[in-house]
Design a protein around this ligand. Sequence first.
Ligand SMILES: Nc1ncnc2c1ncn2[C@@H]1O[C@H](COP(=O)(O)OP(=O)(O)OP(=O)(O)O)[C@@H](O)[C@H]1O
Ligand SMILES: [Mg+2]
Length: 253
Amino acid sequence: MNEPIKMAASLRDLQKHYVLKSETVKALRGISFDVPEGDYVAIMGPSGSGKSTLLNLLGCLDRPTLGSYFLGDADVAQMSDDELSEVRASKLGFVFQSYNLIPQLSVVENIEVPLYYMGQLNAESRARSTGLATMVGLGGRLGHRPAQLSGGQQQRVAIARSLVNDPYFILADEATGNLDSVTTEEILALFQRLNDEGRTIIMVTHEDEVSQHAKRVIWLKDGEVQSDQPVENRDVFTAKRIQEISNNAEVRT
Ligand SMILES: Nc1ncnc2c1ncn2[C@@H]1O[C@H](COP(=O)(O)OP(=O)(O)OP(=O)(O)O)[C@@H](O)[C@H]1O
Ligand SMILES: [Mg+2]
């Protein structure tokens, strides 16, 4: 018998209303979908369609107004603020357009930040952060500060940091938005490698070239799911190409 598919995230009729003085904005009007472990999802949609609102909910930065959101087995709608912070630190990995690294900290220290917030900085942390830095091709840059790194290198630090707590999924918000096309390819190759290894990735992007690398695109419109489909003729890097990209990145490093 096959093992049942585990869900990283399950959304049912999820709604988010912003109550303003004169009106209530229904930013999300009943979103339902499941993200099985190992999926690679791109969320797209026009400005104002609800992408950031949805990302904030998925990232446990906010609670839904109505409906349910299960992260693994946990019901996010029922959590206190402290529980939400705890879940963010221990169960989720974030990658932002602006990297959000701490300027005073080195590469390895930045990667360890989530462990610090979980109160789990210990004797093994340095080995773990060094291993992750090496995995993203920054083994030769462990002591560098963010200002001494290129944009692509900083984003690779952010990706290593997103993995340090072994998250349910990586949530990426326009992760390649600040990068040129060569560096974008480098980050997408890294995402594919992580996904090939079983990591679940949910990313918001407005670029078709980026979403073509995902396995599935969820298109939002006016706070609803307009379409939710597998990517046909997905842009997949061959193993050889991933190796080439990673070698070139090391050379440029
Ligand atoms: N804090 C808020 N208070 C009131 N309304 C909000 C708030 N945040 C978002 N909205 C409204 O909710 C709707 C969805 O906004 P959201 O920011 O999620 O869109 P988006 O798809 O991320 O757009 P963009 O592509 O421009 O970033 C919009 O109508 C927006 O004006
Ligand atoms: Mg937005």
